[in-house]
Design a protein around this ligand. Structure first.
Ligand code: ATP
Ligand code: CA
Ligand code: CA
Length: 390
């Protein structure tokens, strides 16, 4: 399959930024600082660590010489993120190798509307997203609660954050680039054939691509969804319970605009030479015995990771209907999913967007709504498109 994104080579407009990022990460992550426990003092969350490290090209006492332009570097709450990486079982050496190894990063062609840039490590494990100042503020604010949440629930679906950093370019315009490093939800050995970004709102929630251009790298939305995801009973129960806990957490933090990203790998596919999308073999069997697939795979199944499931095809009776009627036709799949884009709070700009759009459209169909309503609508939708397979 085609790889996502463009490799950042010498001459690419963000080549130097990539080098800066790699130098910075090597500097901060590589520093020996063993974390023995998963307990943190409140001061670790102190956002006011105004420590800028200068990286002159000729090198300094603490920084190596380098080929890039001069820049300054800042880590936000390094001890917290170090502890988070430990909690998420990220090995420091592997982490550095993924991000700072010889293989360059790849830049994705702006998958979101917000203007953020996305980078993938060459091994696909990590995703780097540039952030607005307001998003950094939100992450810093919710970090203590986030830490407690991910520590309490090992099956949490919320994005795993591994680091928060800032590069300040020297020169007349001291441009700041802030970025967060997170896990790539769709890093897998099995091919992902389709991906959906689901919010539970309907206004504008459809791809603008013609059918012939839709492929594995297209982010499809709510109104493009033609399935119900059927999970095995135990998994479905765990799923519901975790979605509720995660949404409660996001609601308490006054977050909105997040989505459930779902990657689908179709099993039992027909010969697909030269074709990007395999035709899935639909069955009408009601029995779920064939869902189990290969037991050796169960060892690697976690909630939202490598999960055997079935999709049931649906049909909409009208275009704006969010969830279509089930048809009784099934296909075996492997699913990957998680809750992404969790750093937008219901700030003045979102309140204005809500007020403005509700003149024109049904106010419950637009994405920008109060966090309580957002969470309710999100869950209602998710609990309709996910179901138990029995
Ligand atoms: P907007 O605010 O307009 O939705 P954004 O710039 O905040 O856009 P996101 O919603 O965070 O961007 O992400 C855009 C797309 O990038 C997602 O729909 C998804 O396809 C991909 N993506 C984001 N985060 C991850 C992740 N952790 N793992 C895999 N893919 C991701
Ligand atoms: Ca989004
Ligand atoms: Ca966003």
């Amino acid at each position: 399959t085609k790889r996502q994104g463009v490799t950042i080579c010498k001459g690419h407009k963000n080549y130097e930024l990539m080098l800066n990022l790699q130098l910075g990460i090597r500097h901060s992550v590589g520093r020996p600082a063993p974390t023995k426990s998963l307990k943190l003092k409140p001061t670790a969350f102190d956002a006011e660590q105004k420590l800028w490290t200068k990286f002159p090209p000729e090198g300094s006492k603490h920084t190596p010489p380098h080929q890039s332009c001069e820049f300054k570097w800042k880590d936000y709450c390094p001890l917290v993120f170090r502890t988070l990486r430990k909690l998420f079982n990220v090995d420091t050496a592997d982490y550095m190798l993924s991000i700072c190894g010889n293989d360059a990063l790849r830049e994705l062609s702006s998958p979101g509307k917000s203007g953020s840039f996305f980078y993938l490590t060459n091994d696909d494990k990590y995703m780097i997203k540039t952030m607005k100042k307001s998003e950094v503020k939100v992450l810093k604010r919710m970090l203590p609660a986030y830490f407690e949440h991910v520590k309490s629930f090992e099956n949490t679906l919320v994005t795993k954050f591994f680091g928060l950093h800032c590069v300040k370019l020297s020169g007349p315009i001291q441009k700041k680039v802030r970025f967060v490093i997170m896990g790539n939800l769709l890093c897998t050995e099995v091919p992902i054939h389709r991906r959906f970004d689901l919010k539970g709102s309907s206004h504008g929630r459809i791809t603008d691509k013609p059918e012939s251009e839709i492929d594995a790298n297209t982010t499809l939305k709510d109104l493009d969804l033609k399935f119900i995801f059927r999970l095995q009973k135990d998994w479905f129960q765990e799923f519901c319970s975790q979605v509720n806990k995660d949404c409660d957490f996001l609601e308490q933090e006054r977050i909105m605009d997040y989505s459930l990203l779902v990657g689908i790998s179709f099993q039992d596919t027909e010969a697909t030479e030269g074709k990007d999308e395999p035709d899935c073999i639909r069955t009408s069997s009601i029995s779920s015995t064939d869902v189990d697939l290969n037991p050796t795979r169960w060892a690697s199944v976690r909630l939202g990771i490598n999960m055997p499931a079935r999709v049931e095809f649906t049909v909409r009776s009208h275009e704006t209907q969010l969830v279509g009627e089930p048809t009784g036709e099934f296909c075996n799949v492997i699913l990957f999913f998680g809750i992404i884009d969790i750093l937008q709070d219901y700030d003045i700009s979102k309140k204005l967007e809500h007020a403005y759009k509700s003149f024109q459209y049904d106010s419950t169909s637009i994405s920008a709504v109060d966090p309580r309503l957002y969470s309710k609508r999100f869950r209602d939708f998710i609990f309709r498109v996910f179901a138990d397979d029995s």
